[in-house]
Every structure is written in structure tokens, then in C-alpha cells.
Design a protein around this ligand. Structure first.
Ligand SMILES: [Fe+2]
Length: 305
């Protein structure tokens, strides 16, 4: 006579795992965390079934996640790089802006290189703080609300890579805070300054993301862009990147950040500059209108010191 064994678990076959896990997720107290965990388990389990993940691949996957964490430092964030390379950062941005994804938006990715406390400059000033060979670029921009009214007194941080594709903190040849500045919009919501034309640059490829790109024959470049972070009480802080349409990688940004609304108007001029006598052509102008949405004026955590 065989003794009937007790059943310590409801799991007998692979089909039983998902309902058992979901039953546990259902007990999550916080409603939003419950919603996220239930959906995550649904999709994660479906993914594992869909690709019939092997044991070796599962071990590789956990090793990759650990490696991404180990690569993190004050100046590098492999996880953010991976999220961008998979289009997740762009998706989250577009879902949460422009009327919750209904309309175009000036919002874009913060990127890993914003710094707090950029030096203040007056409108018309220059953010070139050390000898930076490159073509002169005159930026002229306007900040407005969704119905086109100017937003005066907004604080605008701008930053960009040099003409050789390096941010100042990556480049011993550039002065501290070179190509970074903080401006305030005037009564017409305008701000303007002088700089040198930036170029596109490769994202770091020494880690997991680099291996993925090579496995997919993808180039590592982001098209040339101007970063801005615009802060004004009563408006959702605008984090933006505006891209140069003439960049060879404008259609294949490795981070999927380029949207139609973020393509700027970079114009080459071969005539003498009307005001700046020291400028020899060619020089470039850039015009853009940033649109802020109502919301909370909150600063993000700076990704680097
Ligand atoms: Fe950037």
C-alpha cells in the first residue's frame, strides 16, 4: 500500500509556474507595484516560452545583468545605455509627454552628461571657455507654452559635445564647463548664445552594449545634437535634445532619440556674419522653438558630478 504524498506545491508542469507566480504577485500591497509586477511576470514568462530560453542562455542573461551593474560608475551607466540601445528610453519619454503620447513633444532623453551648476552667461554670450577649434554656431531659440505664448524668465541649461565629439569632462584639452552654460529667457521667451558646431559621437562600446551592437552590425553613433534643460515654475521641466538634420547618422541614432519634432534648423552661411566681425565663413545658425507643457518643475538627478 502506497502512502499518498502531500502536495507541497501546485506546480507540476511548466504551465503551472505562471499562475503560481501570478497568485503571489496578486498579494502585493501597493496597487501600482501590483500592476507592474503582474504585467512583468506575464510578459517575462511569455518571452521565455516564446524563445524557448535554454539553460545556458538563462545563465548568460543573469551574467549580463550583473555585468551591466558592475560597469556602473560616477561617469558611466551601462544600464541606461542598454535601455537607450533597445529603444526603451525613447518609448518611455514619448509615452509620458506630448499629451501622454498623443502629440509631438520637445522632450527627449536627458543623456548621461548633464551637470548641475553650469556657469551663467548673458544672452548673446559664448559658452566656449577654452580654445575649441570648430565652425562658429549661433544659437537662437524661443521657449513657449502649448498655445504659443512666450515663457519669460525660464532657466535654460545648454550643453553639447565638441567639434571632435567629446564632452568637456571626457577631454583634458577642454576647460572645466566648456560648451556648457546657463541662460535666462527674455520677455519674449528667447535665449541666444554663441558656440562652435558640435559633431556626432559614438556611445561607449567597451561593455555589454558594445558587444550587442557588434553582434547586430550596428554603428555606435548618435547624430550631432544640442542638449537643453529648461526649468520654470508651473511647467514640466523640459529635457531636450535637438538634432542636426545634416548629420550622416540622423536616421540611425543608436539610442533611437531622434523624432521629427526634434530635428533642428542648422543652416550653413557662406556670407560674412552681420554682427560678429571675427567670424570667417562658413558659420552656422540654429533656430528652434521649445514647447513646455504644464506640470511640475522638478530637476532630475544629475547623472554625473
Ligand atoms: Fe549628448
Amino acid at each position: 500500500m502506497t502512502e499518498e504524498r502531500p502536495t507541497p506545491t501546485a506546480i507540476e508542469r511548466q504551465e503551472d509556474v505562471t499562475p503560481a507566480v501570478l497568485a503571489v504577485m496578486e498579494r502585493t500591497t501597493d496597487p501600482r507595484l501590483r500592476e507592474i509586477m503582474i504585467s512583468l511576470v506575464h510578459h517575462l514568462h511569455a518571452f521565455v516560452r516564446d524563445v524557448r530560453l535554454t539553460e545556458a542562455e538563462f545563465r548568460d542573461a543573469t551574467a549580463i545583468i550583473n555585468e551591466m551593474g558592475a560597469l556602473a560608475s560616477d561617469t558611466h551607466n551601462e544600464t541606461v545605455l542598454m535601455a537607450g540601445s533597445l529603444g526603451v528610453s525613447s518609448l518611455v519619454c514619448l509615452l509620458n509627454n506630448g499629451d501622454q503620447g498623443q502629440t509631438e513633444t520637445s522632450q527627449s532623453l536627458l543623456g548621461p552628461f548633464w551637470r548641475l551648476n553650469s556657469p551663467r552667461i548673458v544672452n548673446g554670450g559664448s559658452i566656449v571657455r577654452s580654445d575649441t577649434p570648430g565652425e562658429p554656431l549661433f544659437v537662437s531659440a524661443r521657449v513657449q507654452d502649448r498655445v504659443g505664448r512666450p515663457i519669460a524668465g525660464a532657466e535654460v541649461d545648454v550643453w553639447h559635445a565638441s567639434p571632435v565629439g567629446l564632452y568637456e569632462h571626457q577631454d583634458p584639452d577642454q576647460a572645466e564647463m566648456n560648451l556648457r552654460g546657463k541662460l535666462t529667457t527674455d520677455d519674449d521667451g528667447r535665449f541666444w548664445f554663441r558656440t562652435v558646431k558640435m559633431t556626432g559621437y559614438p556611445i561607449p562600446t567597451g561593455g555589454v552594449v558594445g558587444r550587442l551592437l557588434r553582434a547586430q552590425n550596428r554603428h555606435p553613433f548618435r547624430p550631432a545634437h544640442l542638449h537643453a534643460l529648461i526649468f520654470k515654475e508651473g511647467y514640466k521641466t523640459l529635457i531636450s535634445q535637438v538634432y542636426d538634420p545634416h548629420d550622416p547618422h540622423i536616421g540611425t541614432d543608436v539610442q533611437f532619440g531622434v523624432t521629427r519634432a526634434l530635428v533642428g534648423d542648422f543652416v550653413r552661411h557662406d556670407e560674412p556674419h552681420p554682427d560678429a566681425a571675427d567670424v570667417t565663413p562658413p558659420w552656422y545658425s540654429f533656430d528652434y522653438t521649445y514647447v513646455m507643457e504644464p506640470g511640475a518643475a522638478v530637476l532630475p538627478r544629475p547623472p554625473i558630478e
